[in-house]
Design a protein around this ligand. Structure first.
Ligand SMILES: Nc1ncnc2c1ncn2[C@@H]1O[C@H](COP(=O)(O)OP(=O)(O)OP(=O)(O)O)[C@@H](O)[C@H]1O
Ligand SMILES: [Mg+2]
Length: 345
């Protein structure tokens, strides 16, 4: 079995603000291998984006304070990395796509200029990205970067791609701009791609095209992917695995079909029940009572316990360990029976 590309182990993160210190990641564990697409789901504020941003080294400290854990990328601990090294990794090993394509493209530069800049930066860390050897002239690098920008734009399905390099972002539709951001994230041929709600701003037909494209790119580049989303339908369609987060913890994780067909954690079950279906009678929609706890003073023990119908005294005293309920299907709940407990030592 292949080694994980990314291994997040017992990651703890607090954010300082005027109101105090919020313990926003409470011991995250997650492993991603090549060719795996992990859906990261959970209610708003549960720490999905901060998990993704932590892997990219994009959480500034302060206000962030990491106090425990590791983020191992190909065996290298990213939390101990120097900014220069993180910059090089972000250039070509770790790609990131953010939610809103309008705010992530600069309106005053052409699409080509923006793609060429990223290609040149990736080529500076790894000349092979541009198909050149070390010491190639600046002119040769710029020519190769423009050719690569055109190829990538073509690959993500922009018609007449090379001619459109000279257009500005406002000349592209929302779906096309999101394709440009995917091209930008993939131009350095990353091993790991983090996509934070890449389709939330798009209509459903464009969303389906973008998710299809993402799957094709995973097959072609053999990447590992973390796809952050609120939408369990997107997870079912696109992902090979899913991790369900609640208030800074991964409460359930595993192969996507297994978790969605046999959810075991009371929180995952509640999320699944909350999905509207066609045969639900009017007024019979199920909502999850209560809200995510205030992370300035989170509950001790299981953070879901205050909203959980199964909660018992044990749930309020200690954070439950992960239990493997089927191969690779892990659940952090004392009320599920385990095949074995998972140790992250
Ligand atoms: N820069 C910041 N300073 C202080 N607190 C922050 C900061 N960024 C995020 N947080 C807090 O950290 C917690 C997790 O935030 P995060 O953005 O990771 O949530 P999320 O799961 O991505 O939510 P959403 O689904 O709304 O995008 C939230 O309680 C949020 O208020
Ligand atoms: Mg988010």
């Amino acid at each position: 079995m292949s080694n994980p590309l990314l291994k997040i182990r017992n990651l703890h993160l607090s954010m300082h603000s005027f109101d105090g210190k919020a313990h926003v990641l409470n011991g995250i564990n997650l492993e991603v291998k090549r060719n795996e697409i992990w859906g990261l789901v959970g209610e708003t504020g549960c720490g999905k984006s901060l998990t993704g941003l932590s892997v990219s080294g994009l959480v500034s400290s302060p206000p962030a304070e990491y106090h425990g854990g590791e983020i191992l990328f190909d065996g290298e601990d990213l939390l101990g990395c120097h900014e220069q090294r993180l910059l090089a990794l972000r250039g070509n090993k770790i790609g990131m796509i953010f939610q809103d394509p309008t705010t992530n493209l600069n309106p005053v530069f052409t699409i080509g200029t923006q793609l060429v800049d990223v290609a040149l930066a990736a080529g500076a860390s790894d000349p092979q990205v541009l198909g050149l050897t070390v010491g190639a002239s600046g002119r040769a690098r710029r020519r190769a970067a423009r050719a690569l920008a055109g190829d990538m734009l073509d690959k993500v399905g922009i018609p007449n791609a090379r001619a459109r390099l000279d257009d500005y972002p406002h000349q592209f539709s929302g779906g096309m701009r999101q394709r440009v951001l995917i091209a930008m994230a993939l131009i350095g041929r990353p091993d790991l791609l983090i996509a934070d709600e890449p389709t939330t701003a798009l209509d459903v037909s464009v969303q389906a095209q973008i998710l299809d494209l993402l799957r094709q790119m995973v097959d072609e580049f053999r990447m590992g992917v973390i796809l952050i989303t609120h939408n369990l339908g997107v997870v079912a369609q696109t992902c090979s695995h899913v991790a369900v987060m609640y208030a800074g913890n991964v409460v359930e994780s595993g192969p996507v079909r297994r978790v969605l067909e046999q959810p075991a954690h009371p929180y995952t079950r509640a999320l699944m029940r909350a999905i509207p279906t066609r045969d639900v009678k009017r007024g019979a929609l199920f909502g999850l009572a209560g809200s995510v706890p205030n992370l300035l003073s989170p509950p001790t023990g299981c953070r879901f316990a205050p909203r959980c119908a199964l909660a018992s005294p044990a749930c309020h005293s200690a954070l439950p360990a992960d239990r493997e309920v089927a191969p690779d299907h892990k659940v952090a709940c004392v009320h599920v029976s385990a095949m074995k407990e998972t140790s992250y030592a």
